[in-house]
Structures are given as C-alpha cells and as structure tokens.
Design a binder for this molecule. Structure first.
Ligand code: PMV
Length: 317
C-alpha cells in the first residue's frame, strides 16, 4: 500500500467576519504559504484496524483507540474512517504536522482536519470529494468551536477564494486581476469562541442596532466581491477601512491590532483591518506589488510577531 500525503492550506478572512454568523456574506481566501500535512502509511506492526497517530508538533504518539471522544485529531480521524466505511482497514500510522499558526485566525484546526480526512480516504482507496471533506471538517469545527459559520472548512477544502453565506450555495470567485496581501500576527492569542460569544451577548442586548451593523458589513462584503474579482485596489482599500470601523463597534478590535493597522497604512497599504475573530490574531493589509516590502517591514517594526505575504492570483474555477 502506498504512502499518502495530503496537504491543506491556511486561510484568511478578507471581509465579513462575525457578520457571517448572522447570515451576512463573508469573503475568505486560501493562504498556500502555510499548510497542514497528513501522511498515512501502512504500519506492519499494528493489528488490522489499528490506527496510530503521530503529531510531532504536540508530542503526541498514541493509538487512536486511546484518545478521548473530544480529542480534535481523534474526531477528524474517526469521522474520516467512518465516511470511507472500509470494513477492516489495515494497520496504519497517521502522521500530522502543520505550519499554520494556532489560534490566529488562519484556519489551523480546519486545515488539520481536512488534511487528516483527505489522507485517510485517499489511503483507503475511497477518495472523498472536497464537498464531502468540507462537511466532515465542519462537524469537527462544531464540536471544537460551538457555532462556526462554516467558512473555514469551505475555503480550505476547496482551496479557492470563496464568497460565503451561511445556508446558501457557496460561490467561488474567479479572479481577473491579482491583488497583494500582507498578513501580520499581533502575537496576542485569541479565542474565536469567546469573541463570537461576546458578540452574541452584544447582539442580544440590542438586536436592532447590531443587526444594522451586520447589514452594513454585509453591504461592504457585497461590494468587495466585485472589487476583488477586478483587482480594484482603491475600492477594496476603502471597504477594508469601513469594515474595520464596524468591527470596532462590535468590540472585537484591540489596541495592538489598531497599531498594526496604522503602521501598515502609514507604510503605503491601501487599506487594512483585523481578520477573523479579533481581539488579537491577525490584521490583513492590502498593498500594491511595489509597496509590499515596505508594508511588511513596517509591520515587523511595529511589533508584529510574524508577517506572511500572499498574492491572490488570477484563477480558474
Ligand atoms: O478567527 P477565525 O479566522 O477562525 O474566524 C472567525 C470568524 C468568525 O466570523 C468570527 C466566526 C465564524 O465562525 O465565522
């Protein structure tokens, strides 16, 4: 039996975080510079059906049967095995690693689940479609994160820019002109679960005010869809700034994030905002090809822990 490798990229949300939980659209893109990898190979010392999990990054080396029901790697592996429904799989080892920063809004948990499910289903000779893999990864996300919108599993499983509205068919964006992005990690760890719950409390305290804010974010995201396809930097930059102001109103920004946003803009970024759950994690800045190096340097100078640049290239759907 062959050795199988499966990779899944990181992701970043460009527009619409939080509002997406309330039925508004969001846009996210894959980030291929970071990824999760799962390798599956036959384990001749193991009994048929026995799965060993080896995750170097967290010093885990255990049999799947020893892991508790709520262990995220075990949930993904069990769902993957169940979906393939091979009666008696051979003994195997599942080796997992990832370069995607954890708890930083880059989709590390969804990417790890997706790499695991893809590698297991390929290894067992019953490759699952990106749609099926995305649905399984969503189940893992729900157990881990409460009420995720589903954007992470979709953008990562399909590896394409997505315009996503909960409960609606997903739209993949066909990019006509490239755009240049700079992602900076504030170094502040953040819990999406917490920020999403806090926003829920705000919403419950005054539904009509917050509904209006989410609708405004939804309009920005609708506008950004076209701007992103056309690579219209001016339009996108303004929309990012407006989206950031509304994220501040729902109390998910932070001093550190705002310092980074200012540094990026002073260095020539055309727009910048926080990305993901907020109160830490990343900011994303839109740059021009010429200014990318400046923006990157300014962000590091302003205290960013890590900066990743990525180009959203013209794409086929
Ligand atoms: O922190 P991230 O990138 O996983 O994104 C969270 C995005 C939210 O809209 C805040 C929550 C969600 O499930 O979409």
């Amino acid at each position: 039996m062959p050795v199988i490798f499966a990779k899944a990229p990181g992701k970043i949300i460009l527009f619409g975080e939080h509002a997406v939980v309330y039925g508004q659209p969001a846009i996210a893109i894959p980030v291929n510079k970071v990824n999760a990898t799962a390798k599956v190979y036959p384990n001749l010392e193991a009994q048929p059906g026995e799965v060993r999990i080896h995750a170097l990054d967290i010093q885990l080396d255990a049999a799947l049967s020893e892991l508790t029901d709520d262990h995220p790697l075990a949930i993904a592996a069990r769902l993957g095995l169940q979906a393939v429904a091979v009666e008696r799989p051979p003994g195997l080892t599942l080796q997992i690693s990832s370069t995607i920063p954890i708890s930083a809004g880059m989709g590390s948990s969804a990417a790890i689940s997706i790499a695991i499910i893809r590698a297991l289903s390929d290894f067992l000779g019953a490759p699952l479609s990106p749609g099926d893999i995305s649905a399984l990864a969503y189940k893992v996300e729900r157990i881990q994160h409460g009420t995720p919108s589903g954007i992470d599993n979709n953008v990562i499983a399909h590896q394409k820019p997505v315009f996503f509205t909960r409960g609606k068919p997903i739209e993949y964006l066909k990019i006509e002109r490239p755009t240049h992005w700079v992602i900076a990690d504030s170094g502040e760890k953040t819990s999406t679960f917490e920020t999403v719950s806090d926003v829920r409390k705000l919403f419950d305290s005054d539904p009509s005010t917050y509904k209006q804010i989410f609708e405004q974010i939804g309009e920005i995201t609708q506008n950004a869809r076209e701007g992103l396809i056309k690579g219209d930097n001016n339009r996108l930059g303004k929309l990012m700034d407006e989206n950031q102001r509304l994220l501040e109103k729902i109390n998910v920004s932070s001093r550190n994030l705002e310092d980074l946003i200012r540094a990026a803009k002073d260095a020539g970024a055309v727009g910048a905002k926080l990305s993901g759950g907020g109160r830490g994690g990343n900011i994303i800045a839109l740059s021009t090809a010429q200014e990318t190096k400046n923006v990157e340097a300014a962000l590091l100078n302003a205290g960013a822990e890590r900066v990743i640049t990525t180009i959203l290239n013209k794409g086929r759907i």
